[in-house]
Design a protein around this ligand. Structure first.
Ligand SMILES: *Cc1c(COP(=O)(O)O)cnc(C)c1O
Length: 429
């Protein structure tokens, strides 16, 4: 590991937001990748910024591998497409899943073999499809039209396209923060239409490798995840009878969530692993002996490794309420403002990263904590990062507010152009 700071002394663990792992702290400073926050801010040279902790990503992949056994692990690049993050993950996972030509180029630039890159997502343009066929990545078909375009591009380029069919199952998965399967969907091919599509594909000579099902995002319930994986395996085994050749690829999706709010609890990864092992052993392996089973995770691999760091510009008291006005906001970290698909706005875990005191996060009232409302610099009441949370009473301009759980669907899921402020920096530490 390389940092520009001396190794910290054994860091005391500060209890943080319930459900959120304890964070390393030294001398009142949050450590990111071992670097004290104020020093990191100097190194970056500007605020706001996103910082991603390389070590925490590495550790998370190791935990997932230990729990999930030898399924193939993919990283869904859209969760965090920073090239350095994708490069780092490319050395840790078995596959990269991309959802645009731009993400595909980021993935190819890491040196990852096109055999280990898959391209999913609705509305791939004809040019994106040509690029994907030319690159030789696996194309996950979202519709019949896409299938026709892929085959035509293959003929035109003299390349045999590699495809899998993304299936919209005939069941929905409960427990997802964002549901992406079951009923009518823009994602995937309805399960009942898959046999006809397979018959057509088989006649074209395309390399039909298997199936992909992605049920939904941000699921914290191991039982529901396990249930979805079993139902998906059953569906894939049934559809495999219609495949033009042996099924070699079964992608069961991902969607494991991370805790954001006080009542959220981390996914019981061991339980997901046990269930997956039994689904593979008693359903998939016997029926589809040639198939590699894949999981593709985005948020779960990177979300907790990321911090959004923004500086207090102003402190004002308005009719008894204390506001900390920061130089960042919803234009960089939309989700924390509650405007990225949330029905009810709740506070993301937020702390003052340069004034960490034991018990000082909303794990409990610390000595000297006082309620404050953290707002961004945009001229709209939507730009609210934390509503009435306990923060050190002496918080003042210059302090560094940190939004935790900011490693996934942060910067690239935010309206950066809104109000014309500069884009934040990103660092992988
Ligand atoms: C977004 C996406 C993922 C990743 O979802 P997470 O909830 O971040 O794990 C995986 N697969 C597909 C097809 C996706 O669109």
């Amino acid at each position: 590991m390389t940092t520009d700071a001396p190794a910290p002394p054994a860091a005391p663990q500060i209890p943080s937001h319930p459900g959120v792992p304890d964070l390393p702290v030294a001398d009142g400073q949050l450590l990111v990748g071992g670097v004290p926050l104020r020093r990191l801010a100097e190194r970056v040279g500007s605020t706001p910024f996103f910082a991603y902790d390389r070590r925490r990503i590495t550790d998370r992949v190791a935990e997932v591998r230990a729990a999930l056994g030898d399924v193939r692990l993919g990283y869904a690049v859209k969760a965090n497409p920073m090239p350095a993050v994708v490069q780092h993950l490319s050395g840790l996972v078995d596959a990269l899943d991309v959802a645009s030509a731009h993400e595909m180029h980021t993935a190819l630039d890491t040196g990852t073999d096109p055999d280990r890159i898959s391209f999913a997502g609705p509305g791939k343009t004809p040019q994106e499809i040509r690029s994907a066929v030319a690159a030789g990545v696996l194309i996950e078909l979202e519709s019949e039209t896409e299938a026709r375009r892929v085959v035509a591009a293959g003929e035109d380029l003299g390349v045999t396209p590699r495809v899998a069919v993304r299936v919209n199952p005939d069941f929905a998965v409960r427990g997802s923060g964002m549901r992406m399967s079951g009923g009518p969907q823009q994602f995937g091919v309805d399960a009942e239409q898959v046999p006809d599509l397979l018959a057509w594909l088989g006649a074209t000579g395309a390399d039909v490798t298997g199936f992909h099902v992605f049920a939904g995002s941000q699921n914290l319930d191991a039982e529901l995840i396990a249930h979805a994986q079993r139902a998906t395996a059953d569906l894939v085994v049934a559809l495999a009878e219609h495949a033009p050749g042996p099924v070699r690829y079964v992608n069961l999706g991902g969607g494991l969530g991370i805790p954001y709010f006080p009542k959220d609890r981390p996914v019981d990864l061991a339980r997901v692993g046990e269930s997956l092992a039994s689904v593979v052993a008693d359903r998939l392996a016997p029926a589809l002996p040639d198939a590699d089973v894949h999981l593709e995770l985005g948020r779960y691999l990177v979300g907790e490794a990321g911090y959004y760091v923004t500086r207090v510009i102003d402190r004002k008291v308005s009719r008894g309420r204390t506001y900390l006005v920061v130089d960042g906001g919803m234009h960089h970290q939309l989700a924390a403002s509650g405007n990225l698909g949330q029905v009810i706005r709740r506070n993301y875990p937020v702390l003052l990263g340069d004034r960490m005191t034991p018990g000082g996060v909303d794990g409990g009232p610390a000595d000297g904590a006082q309620p404050a409302t953290v707002v961004g610099c945009l001229c709209t009441p939507l730009d609210l990062l934390a509503d009435d949370v306990p923060l050190p009473a002496d918080a003042e301009p210059g302090d560094l507010v940190v939004v935790l759980q900011a490693g996934a669907y942060g910067l690239t899921a935010s309206p950066t152009a809104f109000l014309g402020h500069p884009a934040p920096a990103e660092v992988l530490v």
